[in-house]
Design a protein around this ligand. Sequence first.
Ligand SMILES: Cc1ncc(COP(=O)(O)O)c(C=O)c1O
Length: 483
Amino acid sequence: MSGAGIDLTPAEREQLGRAALEWALRYFTEQSQLPVYPTIGASELTARLSTTLPNDPQDPATVLADFDEVARFGRHNGHPRMFGYVQSSGSFAGVVADLLASAINQNVTSWRSAPAAATIEHQVIEWLKMMVGFDPEGEGILLSGGSFANFAGLAAALRASTDVDLNQRGVAALPGRPRIYTSEMTHMSMPKAASMLGLGKDAIVRIPVDRDLRMDPDALRRQIDSDRGSGLHPVCVVATAGDVNTGAIDPLDAIADTCADMGLWLHVDGSYGALAAQSGFVNGAMAALGRADSLSLDPHKWLYAPLDTGCLLVKDPAALRRAFSEGAGYIDVVADRQMSEFAYWDYSPELSRRFRALKIWFVLKIHGVRAIQQAIDGNIAVARHLGETIDTSDDFERLAPVPLSIVCFRYRGGDRSLQSPEQLDQFNKRLMVEVQRDGESYISNATINGRFALRACIVNFRTTHADAARLLASIRRVAARMA
Ligand SMILES: Cc1ncc(COP(=O)(O)O)c(C=O)c1O
C-alpha cells in the first residue's frame, strides 16, 4: 500500500481495477442464476455488514471481498425475473460509461466547468427529443430520475402560471389557492412535488379515470372551469404517458386541447412510458407528446441505462430559469459564445452534477436506437403474452388492460376457490411476500379499483417469454405450498 498517501500506485491501481472489472464481468454472466432477492433479515444483515470505522488501510482485495457480500445481499435488478418495479435493468455499456464518468470526474455545472461533457449532455438531449417526438425547439436537463424531473417540471409550470415573483415572495403571494390536475392513478412523486414546492398536497386534484384507467378529459375540463369560477389558481395539468400501476396512457391529445383552450401548462409524466412513444404497440397514443410544455422521461428505465438518469424536456426553458436561476458572485461566468455561457445551475436545483449524459451516449452509440426500440417492443410483447396467458388460465384473473409492459392480475386458486374480494386481497398479499421470499421471481403490487393486484413489470431487455411463464409457475408453486 502507498503508506499515508491517498493515491494508489500504478501497480495497485491496475490490480484493483482489473479485479473489479473481472468481478463485474462475472456478475453480468451469473446474475440470472442468482436468487432475485436475498433471504436475510435486517438485523442479521446489519450484523454481517457493519464494521468499525476503518482507521487503518486495508488490503483492496479484502475490500473487494467485502463488496462481494454487499452485492450478494442486494435485490438483483438486472435479473430476467425481476418483475417488481418499473426500474433500471442496467446495460453493460452504461456500466462502463459510469466507470469512465467517475474516472474523468467532470462536474457538469456549466459549459465552463465541463465543456465537452456539457456538449455531450446537449447532444443527448437532442437525441432524446427526437426519440420521443418532443418539440425540436425545446431544451432539457438530466436529473437523478423521474421524481426529480416531475418536481422540476412542476416548478417551471408554477412560474409560468403567474407574473408574481414567487422566488422572492413565496407561494403565499399566489392570486388564489393553487390547483394541479392529474389522474387518480398519478405517481407518488406528484403529491411529493406539490409538497416540496410549498403548494401542499391539497393542491393535487385527482381527476377520475375511465374503464381503461385513463384520465377523463371531460371531467378535467369541468373541474378547471369550476375551480376558475371559484377563484382558485389552476397551475397546470399533469398527464401520464405510462402510469406506474398499469401503464395507462392518458388521452394526451384531448388533454392538450383542454390546456390550449384554458391557457394552462401541460406537463406529461412519461418517466416510464415516453421512450416507447415510437413503438408499433402504442399505436400513436403518444403522438401528442410534442404538444407538452414539459415532459419527464427516464433513460434508466426504457433506455436500459444504469441509475441514475432522469430527464426533463421543456418547450420554453425560460420558465425553468425563472424557477431555478439564482445569480451568485462566485459563479460568474466570463463567456464568449452562447453555449459557453450556459450554466445548468440556472435550470436545475442542482449545482454539482455528475456526467450522467455519458451513459446515455454510450448506450445509444453502442446499441443504436433501432435495437433499443426492438427491446422495448420485446418487453411489450412479453407483457401482452403474459396477459393473454392469464386470460386463458382458470386460476388467474387479469385486473387491468396491458397498454405497455405492466400486467396486473391476481391468483384465484385452483377451481377458483378464492371467492370474496377480501379473501382474494388477503391471499394475494401473503402470496406476493412469499413469492418474493422464494427468490425465483420477484413481483410487486398495485391497487386497481380498490383491490389488491399482483403487478408484473417488464422493463428488462433480458426478460423472455420463458421467464414470464416461470413467473406464473413460481406463483402456482408458492400458492400450493401456502394452501
Ligand atoms: C410514471 C412514473 N413517474 C415517476 C416515476 C419516478 O421515477 P424515479 O424512480 O426515476 O424517480 C416513476 C417510477 O417508476 C413512474 O413510473
